[in-house]
Design a binder for this molecule. Structure first.
Ligand SMILES: Nc1ncnc2c1ncn2[C@@H]1O[C@H](COP(=O)(O)OP(=O)(O)O)[C@@H](O)[C@H]1O
Ligand SMILES: [Mg+2]
Length: 121
């Protein structure tokens, strides 16, 4: 939620963590922070869902994406021109300057969140 309030056009947040770690739930908080009232769910059939708000939030889920062609066709740059972008299974991408957030399920209601900025490229 608080991070969502600070999101700006061009921000890219890559979420990592296994199934059930809390990635979609985290996106729900981000979307609230952008002022979006959208119903956040994992994009099942669409690769990308767009939530209009104070800043547009594009919600990408790469869970079912296998080919690098699909990754290239995602149009990440275009999405980032129109707003902020958050990507579930973001370890399948390498993006300059993206924020990396790793979520871990610690059992029950406990989650661990680790963040760092991607300086790999
Ligand atoms: N921070 C949290 N605290 C407690 N439960 C959480 C938290 N984040 C997620 N959950 C719960 O964990 C389950 C999986 O969350 P989800 O966001 O769908 O994970 P993912 O998208 O990583 O697969 C859901 O039942 C959700 O309500
Ligand atoms: Mg999910």
């Amino acid at each position: 939620m608080l991070l969502g309030e600070r999101l700006r056009v061009g921000d890219i947040v890559l979420l990592t963590g296994e199934l059930g770690a809390g990635k979609t739930t985290f996106v729900r908080g981000l979307a609230q922070g952008t002022g979006s009232k959208a119903d956040v769910a994992s994009p099942t059939f669409q690769l990308v869902r767009i939530y209009p708000g104070r800043v547009q939030l594009a919600h990408v889920d790469l869970y079912r994406v296998e080919s690098s062609t699909e990754l290239r066709d995602l149009g990440l740059e275009e999405l980032a021109e129109d707003g902020a972008v958050v990507v579930e299974w973001g370890d399948r991408l390498e993006v300059d300057g993206a924020a990396l957030i790793h979520l871990e399920h610690l059992g029950g209601d406990r989650r661990m969140i680790r963040t760092r900025r991607d300086l790999r490229h």
